[in-house]
Design a protein around this ligand. Structure first.
Ligand code: GAP
Length: 479
């Protein structure tokens, strides 16, 4: 593949063609930055969710999960600071009337410089941007855009407005009366559902600090520049965990969660060099440490997960706004306090894109005799949408019946796929394209000695094994 942009476009096209991701409401020309997961995409997404959920809750005795509502009392967002602060610096082009996030506009220019071979200029530009963002110096940011001759992609001009802040929350009305009191928000993060339930969970679960609450759910942000496929969406899913700790111990827990989360990523077999930690240049006013875990997407190193040491800010704010105590009594120290919080927050859709980006491989299999190639999704077996495809060699001679026997045995244990149509080679290629790690062929020899051919997706190697061993073999690989 010639370059990363082409590779990214190929991944997007592949996701659509093979039932992973479709543009939302496509027959009406789609809805910007909103996507639907198809038959294999929803399986992959669910497997990622389950893998995260299991490793956070089942494998941690002191972490429990909840499932809070998307709608919350509007004061939650006042208390959390989202009504006043959840905004990004934006700039409008006067000719096209198109609005851009300032950092995205400058990053796009930096990428352009980098692709043109001027890595030093790219770095200087990004460093300057970071410095000005940290200082909230909007006038200087506008000047930086103009000085670097950054143009609107629609109008092609650089007639820019001043830089202003825009809130990213979607609002709607609760009930039938339209007044200010009934205005509620679609949650922009799942974390607040955890904070407001902190004492419910702690008391009903008799949880002792340190402990965590995990949650997976939808979040909504009115992203102005929503592009790059499912990387930046307006409706997306987060997998978040708030870990409540004794004040003064947050630094050590922050380091521990950085390590734990990175290990989770590496446990999927993705190379270490494709990841990096990026400390936040501009800390949110309530955080005392924060970083991103970045992955090398085809669009460059980008954030997939955030680890934030959020101090006692959120619980304190909810205590103040709700006038309900948010304190915890620590029987070891005999003290009442508001716990400090370490947050791990990963975007499920970004993790999906990461897995697909890692898995997508175009292989040239040409020989001297004939040209050949395949597209294969090398998913970690435990995340693959389908685990096993079962093919009778022909539609007759009792082979489908034998294949059905194997289907019936394996279906309750993991997701299987049955197919009789076309030559075996074609059927293998179709499974490669959706990332099925194992295919089994039932042939005439199966009738004689009970053996089948199992074909491994990545190596394309085939081996003859007893049909009765297949279920255990696959289970071992996906566990
Ligand atoms: N509670 C903390 C929080 O929401 P964040 O860095 O704004 O922090 C956490 O978001 C994660 O959610 C990000 O690392 C990213 O993976 C994902 N995310 C954020 N905005 C997104 C969007 N518009 N589309 C897809 N994923 C998004």
């Amino acid at each position: 593949m010639a370059n990363d942009t082409q590779r990214f476009q190929a991944i997007i096209a592949h996701c659509k063609e093979y039932g992973f991701i479709f543009p939302s409401s496509e027959i009406y020309d789609g809805l910007s930055a909103v996507y639907d997961y198809g038959q294999w995409g929803s399986e992959l997404k669910k497997n990622i969710k389950d893998y995260w959920w299991k490793s956070m809750t089942q494998l941690h005795e002191n972490i429990v999960g909840i499932d809070a509502a998307i709608f919350m009392h509007p004061t939650v967002w006042k208390a959390s600071g989202h009504v006043d602060n959840f905004s990004d610096p934006m700039i409008d082009n006067l000719d096209s009337k198109k609005r851009y996030r300032v950092d995205h506009l400058i990053e796009a220019k930096a990428e352009e410089l980098e692709s043109a071979g001027d890595a030093a200029a790219s770095k200087t530009l990004l460093d300057k941007m970071d410095e000005l963002l940290a200082a909230n110096d909007y006038e200087a940011l506008r000047e930086l855009i103009i000085a670097n001759n950054i143009k609107c992609t629609v109008s092609g001009t650089s007639k820019w407005t001043s830089v202003r802040q825009f809130n990213l929350m979607f609002s709607t009305q609760l009930g039938s009366v339209t007044d200010e009191a009934s205005e509620i928000y679609l949650r922009p993060e799942t974390a607040q559902g955890i904070f407001v339930n902190f004492l419910n969970v702690q008391k009903s679960g008799r949880m002792k600090i340190p402990f965590g609450i995990a949650q997976i759910g939808k979040a909504f942000r009115n992203e102005i520049v929503a592009r790059q496929f499912i990387f930046r969406m307006r409706e997306f899913e987060q997998m978040e965990m708030q870990f409540f700790v004794r004040p003064g111990t947050q630094k050590e827990w922050y380091e521990k969660w950085k390590e734990t989360r990175m290990n989770w990523h590496l446990s999927l077999g993705i190379p270490k060099e494709d990841y990096q930690f990026k400390p936040h240049v501009k800390l949110a006013f309530y955080a005392d440490a924060a970083c991103d875990i970045e992955y090398k997407f085809p669009i460059g190193f980008k954030e997939v997960e955030g680890i934030h040491s959020r101090t006692d800010y959120d619980l304190k704010q909810h205590q103040e706004f709700s006038r309900k105590k948010m304190q915890y009594f620590d029987s070891e120290t005999n003290q009442n306090y508001i716990p400090y919080v370490i947050e791990t927050s990963i975007g499920l859709d970004r993790m999906f894109l990461l897995i697909v980006s890692h898995a997508y491989t175009e292989e040239d299999l040409s020989t001297a005799e004939k040209p050949d190639s395949r597209v294969v999704l090398r998913f970690p077996a435990k995340l693959a949408p389908l685990k096993l495809a079962i093919f009778p060699l022909t539609k007759k001679d009792g082979l489908p019946e034998l294949a059905r026997e194997l289907m019936n045995e394996c279906m309750p244990a993991f997701r299987c796929f049955y197919e009789e149509k076309d030559a075996i080679g074609k059927r293998y290629r179709r499974q490669d394209a959706i990332g099925t790690p194992f295919c089994v062929t039932i042939d005439h020899q199966t009738k004689e000695d009970g053996t089948v051919t199992i074909r491994h997706r990545d190596t394309m190697k085939q081996e003859r094994v007893a049909m009765g061993d297949i279920k255990a073999m696959v289970q071992k690989e996906i566990s």
